[in-house]
Design a protein around this ligand. Structure first.
Ligand code: TYD
Length: 206
């Protein structure tokens, strides 16, 4: 009984977006610890997911480049439908706060960078809903490139500084267009987590 009254309920779905190596998984992990300490029940998840489609995508990212690039838009989106309806929606129905790495904006940014029409991507994504909050994590492209170089497992898309800058700019443009919060992560991780937590708390209390 005592335990039950201590559990705080907030059914919120919060997505973290941004270029590679902007610290999405670190920030989500730290935020989940804070929320759990405050009594919330949290589900941490990510795209590409652990579904068979997600595993196929991760395998491709490590091994081979597939053509035409429309296949990426289709498979990332198929993985999204599977993941949303089988993992996220169920988590929300169980009263959890869902913290998710990457969602629709990743396909819009990365696959439009591959030359795929943005409107078509949006159409494909029509039947998966929008989250309660999307936070865009941002860092200087030079720092992202350094972090990418330090990573041991390299995915097949080598990202040069121009590509990284374009991806970053696309995220910043979308954030401005949609009024999404942007948090810079090229500084002390505790400061970043605190800023993110402040934004999230507002949404949890709303
Ligand atoms: P991610 O899991 O963030 O990379 P890692 O775990 O290696 O840090 O995502 C893998 C890559 O997939 C990343 O470069 C972004 C890309 N991606 C897309 O191109 N489109 C999408 O829709 C998604 C979800 C990811």
């Amino acid at each position: 009984m005592y335990l039950l009254t201590n559990i705080r309920r907030a059914v919120k779905w919060i997505v973290f977006e941004g270029p590679d190596c902007t610290g999405k998984s670190t920030i989500i992990l730290e935020l989940s610890k804070i929320l759990e300490r405050s009594g919330y029940r949290v589900l941490v998840t990510a795209e590409p997911s652990r579904s068979p489609i997600g595993r196929l995508i991760r395998d491709w990212l490590l091994r081979e480049k597939v053509d035409p690039p429309h296949i990426y838009a289709l498979t990332f989106t198929a993985d999204r439908y599977y993941h949303y309806y089988n993992i996220v929606k169920r988590g929300l129905e169980q009263g959890l706060i869902v913290l998710q790495e990457r969602y629709k904006l990743s396909t819009i940014v990365y696959q439009s960078e591959m030359g795929i029409d943005e409107k078509w991507i949006m159409e494909l994504n029509r039947y998966v809903p929008d989250p309660d909050l999307t936070i865009v994590l941002d860092a200087d492209p030079e720092i992202i490139r350094e972090r990418l170089h330090r990573k041991s497992s390299r995915e097949i898309f080598e990202r040069d500084i121009e590509t990284l800058s374009r991806i970053r700019q696309k995220y910043l443009d979308i954030a401005t267009r949609l009024g999404l919060p942007v948090v810079r992560t090229d500084r002390d991780v505790r400061d970043v987590v605190w800023e993110v937590y402040t934004i999230v708390r507002r949404v949890l209390e709303s």
